[in-house]
Write a protein that binds this ligand. Structure first.
Ligand code: HEC
Length: 134
């Protein structure tokens, strides 16, 4: 590339300088956005994010089948999700159920959210954070 970013190159002009600046911004964005996204994903997600995922009809959609305190118009295909911390002290076990309940019960109607890529592992973790408040 012949544009000298320092502004002292032979082809330097006001236009080239602006172009170089714009390109630097683009590079900064391209590097900065993923870093931001990754650090946001690694941060412990607060319960409200998990609640939104659990209640979202196109994501967890848990209310279609489960009564969850605070959720509107629940179904009762599956058991109510309450006292979760007492009933599922082992977080890994709970994650496994949400990831793929067909492993425990091959005939279940509960979608294998993790295996089918409906929810990422991080999304399942934040739903568990939320369920542990119920
Ligand atoms: C299509 C219906 C359906 C949907 C949607 C659904 N489940 Fe289920 N779920 C069930 C059924 C039915 C069971 C009963 C166990 C079985 O079938 O193996 C169950 C069982 C469970 C259990 C075990 C509960 C217990 O007391 O033993 C947990 C935890 C659970 N589901 C969490 C979730 C979460 C979290 C979501 C949303 C991300 C969800 N389920 C979405 C149908 C569903």
């Amino acid at each position: 590339m012949s544009v000298a970013l320092g502004g002292h190159g032979p082809y330097d002009s006001a236009m080239n300088c602006k172009t170089a600046q714009a390109m630097l911004w683009l590079v900064a964005l391209a590097v900065g956005l993923p870093v931001f996204a990754i650090s946001a994903a690694l941060a412990q997600t607060p319960a409200p994010a998990g609640q939104a995922l659990a209640f979202d009809r196109s994501k967890g959609n848990c209310l279609t089948c489960h009564v969850i305190t605070g959720g509107d118009a629940p179904g009762n295909v599956g058991p109510a999700l309450n006292n979760m911390k007492q009933r599922f002290p082992d977080r890994k076990q709970l994650a496994a159920i949400i990831f793929d309940e067909t492993k425990r019960n091959p005939l279940t109607v509960m979608p294998p959210f993790g295996r089918n890529l409906i929810l990422t592992r991080q999304e399942i973790e934040s739903i568990i954070d939320f369920l542990y408040t119920r």
